[in-house]
Design a protein around this ligand. Structure first.
Ligand code: ATP
Length: 355
């Protein structure tokens, strides 16, 4: 059975370091929920408070509506998978998976049956007799997950479990983990500093910065409607042009930038007279486009990345330009060394207050 997890105003101070401040969010039972943020923002500290390795200095952790105060890791319905996997190297894959069950007094026959079920679940049927050293990195990762699932946790806590894998395998494992989570229905709380990983796998994502919660939303919502300047810059790439917000009307804000007036959707803190920034995604900038928002930039280089090319340059005020052009329309990409015009649809840009 999966459980919900509620964090109510939790905070953690280590000596003089304020690692986490006043974080409140609820993860629904059966949800794939990620905590995303740069190194040192407090992600692991939150996971350790949920698991019971440390007690928060403020606030409470509720799992399945039950206050976890005073309960240690073994008394909580959670299992945790760490960055470094640490399978037992001298134990077979089957014994590794069944390890947690032995401590719970499950008979040997039952342990093996359960381990074989889990091997099927992670698509490693027939690998039970191998040693961890005879598996690939991705297969070892799956075994570590099966070992954590063996004890039937209501909540699985995963601390950057894919960070040691190469890019191809990491991308493959994203889909596998996502499918495994859906198949088991277990609540996953997944920590990562990789925004594409969080966007690709999660039902919802909490974005953290310097111990503070910035936004909790679906991947699409985070990308399209960032609540704060930090989220706008951290999740996906963006162009950012600052200025004074001139007017806000019908959900749109006009901002006076060094490149002239530009219009985007009005986001948080977009008030007339306030200092603000318009954020425009690289794919929203159309080379040679016609439309209300016209801007030009000096082109430095065009990086071909496969399915698209990324055009880099500088706007007149010196801000960086990033525009992506699909490979099927590479002929539209401006030449390096040239000055090129772009336009963008106001619906594909957002204006936020800088405050
Ligand atoms: P990373 O992605 O690098 O793992 P993180 O977001 O998980 O980072 P945390 O490990 O939660 O970050 O650390 C948050 C802050 O708390 C950091 O400034 C860290 O140095 C500090 N910190 C974490 N654990 C302790 C501890 N036991 N004692 C003192 N400070 C700590």
């Amino acid at each position: 059975m999966s459980h919900s997890v509620e964090l109510a105003g939790i905070g953690m101070t280590f000596g003089t370091t304020r690692a986490v401040s006043d974080v409140t969010f609820t993860v629904a039972a059966g949800e794939f929920f990620s905590i995303l943020g740069p190194s040192g923002c407090g992600k692991t500290t939150i996971l350790r408070m949920i698991a019971g390795f440390i007690e928060p200095t403020e606030g409470s952790v509720l799992i399945g509506d039950r206050d976890m105060k005073g309960l240690g890791p073994n008394q909580r319905p959670t299992a945790m998978i760490f960055q470094s996997l640490a399978l037992f190297p001298l134990m077979s894959v089957r014994d590794n998976i069944a390890f947690g069950l032995e401590a719970r007094g499950v008979s040997r026959a039952e342990r093996h049956a359960k381990a074989d079920d889990l091997l099927r679940l992670i698509a490693l049927e027939g690998y039970g007799d191998r040693m961890p050293g005879e598996l690939s990195g991705g297969q070892r990762q799956r075994v570590a997950i099966a070992r954590a699932l063996a004890v039937e946790p209501g909540v699985l806590l995963l601390d950057e479990p894919l960070s040691a894998l190469d890019l191809k395998l990491r991308q493959h494992m994203r889909a596998e983990l996502r499918a495994l989570q859906k198949r088991t229905g277990v609540t996953f709380i997944y920590i990562t500093h990789d925004q594409s990983e969080a966007l690709a796998m999660s039902d919802r994502v909490a974005v953290m910065s310097a111990g503070l919660l910035q936004q909790v939303a679906t991947p699409r919502e985070l990308y399209d409607n960032p609540a704060t300047p930090f989220v706008a810059r951290f999740v996906g790439e963006t162009n950012a042009l600052s200025g004074r917000i001139a007017s806000v009307q019908n959900g749109h804000a006009q901002i006076e930038t060094g490149l002239g007036p530009l219009t985007g959707r009005a986001g948080q803190g977009a008030q007339p007279g306030a200092q603000g920034t318009i954020y425009i995604r690289p794919e929203a900038l159309m080379p040679q486009g016609t439309g209300p928002n016209q801007i030009s930039a000096d082109i430095d280089r065009v990086d071909f990345e496969g399915s698209f090319a990324l055009v880099h340059g500088r706007f007149e005020g010196g801000e960086a330009l990033a525009a992506s052009v699909p490979s099927t329309r590479l002929a539209d990409a401006p030449e390096p060394g040239s000055r090129a015009g772009f336009s963008f649809d106001p619906a594909h840009a957002v204006v936020l207050g800088d405050g």
